[in-house]
Design a protein around this ligand. Structure first.
Ligand SMILES: Cc1ncc(COP(=O)(O)O)c(C=O)c1O
Length: 400
């Protein structure tokens, strides 16, 4: 019996509460994708259920794997990035896990850039400690030199462009060309660009990972991630792994991300403009020894950013003069009023976070001695943010 079965008039009141012939209102149209919540998906008959193929992306099987809301979001994400397929995960990190589980098996080797998102590094280390996978870190500016690190069992190369804390921009095309020659899958954490400022598939990347928690959501109120691919065989590998990981996303959360997408480009551009202004101002400050912003000519890998990217968004980092102690920099960060202390980014509010970079690296030499602070520039008035930075610099780095 399907849900559209019209219950007989003599069915009991509780049965009539459950069985009805509701249908979406024909002719009702809106900009908003309806929220389709479901665990159970019902089939008209057993033959239809038995005919289902697990890899068929357009047939409903079980709410864990897709609902009309999550499928709509996945299709839009694939379109933004220039991909063909997208799979949703409950966080950016679980999308990264999906790549490992879909591509790598015991005995395989993985290459990770030294500036990768730290949980990706920790995951690589954990897999190598517990699951017989070899992990090697590489200098993010290695370019075609990555060929020397590829071994017969190398299965996956991660990229992050730029590294979301230290901002080196790799030569993505040089790395993917070598990977393709050796039949190695490449996966990029493309969260920095939101998929709008960098198109990974045009540069030979196989898998793009997005933490939708950031710009796509834009509201700092939802966690979600995605893997995006062009190749169908690769998509199926990731899809199979995701099904067996048992992860899914709620339709309510999907609707939050869908609500963010129409404004994403203008938000990204507004963050970009404000970040450029403040990074430029900070570059002229005597307390700062380096500003790490991919659009600046002295940022490592700037030439790759200039060649491959159309924008930079709201993230950049600064390195303070080594004369200031980490405790002074902590006081500066805590002395900010509009910049809040917290993980993640991509929302409306500005953030600041100090990092101990040497403790996060193993394959490349960090050239700076002072403390690094990463800023995420939100949508507050830029003049207010600049005044906030100035008052805290003055109060904590110039105290008599
Ligand atoms: C570059 C990058 N990738 C991935 C993630 C993971 O996203 P999530 O917080 O949704 O797990 C983050 C989160 O901060 C990130 O900064």
């Amino acid at each position: 019996m399907s849900s559209s079965h019209n219950p007989p008039r003599d069915a009991g009141p509780q049965t009539r509460l459950l069985h009805h012939d509701d249908q979406l209102t024909p002719g009702f149209d809106a900009f908003v994708t309806p929220v389709a919540r479901a665990s159970t998906v019902i089939f008209p008959n057993l033959a239809a259920m038995r005919a289902l193929q697990w890899h068929d992306d357009n047939k409903w099987r079980y709410g864990l794997h897709a609902t009309p809301t999550s499928l709509t979001l996945a299709k839009r994400l694939a379109t933004i990035e220039g991909g063909q397929h997208a799979l949703l995960q409950p966080s950016g990190l679980s999308a990264i896990v999906n790549v490992y589980f879909g591509i790598v098996k015991q005995g395989d080797a993985v290459l990770i850039p030294d500036n990768a998102y730290t949980p990706n590094r920790e995951l690589g280390d954990w897999l190598s400690e517990n699951f017989g996978i070899t992990v090697q870190y590489y200098d993010p500016l290695i370019g075609a030199g990555i060929e020397a690190l590829i071994q017969a069992n190398t299965r996956l190369i991660w990229l992050e462009a730029p590294g979301s804390v230290t901002m080196e921009v790799p030569d993505v095309g040089a790395i993917t060309a070598v990977a393709r020659k050796h039949g190695v899958v490449t996966a990029i954490d493309n969260t920095y660009s939101a998929g709008i400022a960098f198109k990974p598939f045009e540069h030979g990347v196989d898998i793009s990972v997005q933490a939708l928690t950031k710009y796509q959501s834009g509201g700092s109120d939802v966690l979600m991630g995605a893997t995006i691919t062009v190749d169908n065989a690769l998509h199926r590998k990731l899809k199979r792994a995701r099904m067996l990981m048992g992860t899914g996303v709620s339709a309510d959360d999907c609707s939050l991300v869908l609500r963010g997408l129409p404004t994403m480009q203008v938000r990204y551009e507004a963050h970009d403009r404000a970040a450029m202004l403040l990074a430029t101002w900070l570059k002229g400050r005597p307390e700062i020894s380096a500003v790490l912003h991919p659009a600046f000519a002295d940022c490592p890998g700037h030439e790759h950013w200039k060649r491959d990217f159309t924008g930079a968004g709201g993230l950049f980092s600064v390195v303070f003069d080594a004369a200031y102690s980490p405790a002074q920099i902590d006081a500066f960060v805590e002395g900010l009023a509009y910049f809040k202390i917290g993980w993640s980014w991509g929302g409306a509010h500005s953030l600041a976070m100090p990092y101990d970079i040497p403790s996060m690296r193993s394959a490349s030499t960090w050239p700076h001695r002072g403390t690094l602070v990463r800023f995420y520039i939100g949508l507050e008035n830029t003049a207010d943010l600049q005044a906030d930075l100035e008052q805290s610099l003055q109060a904590h780095l110039h105290a008599a």
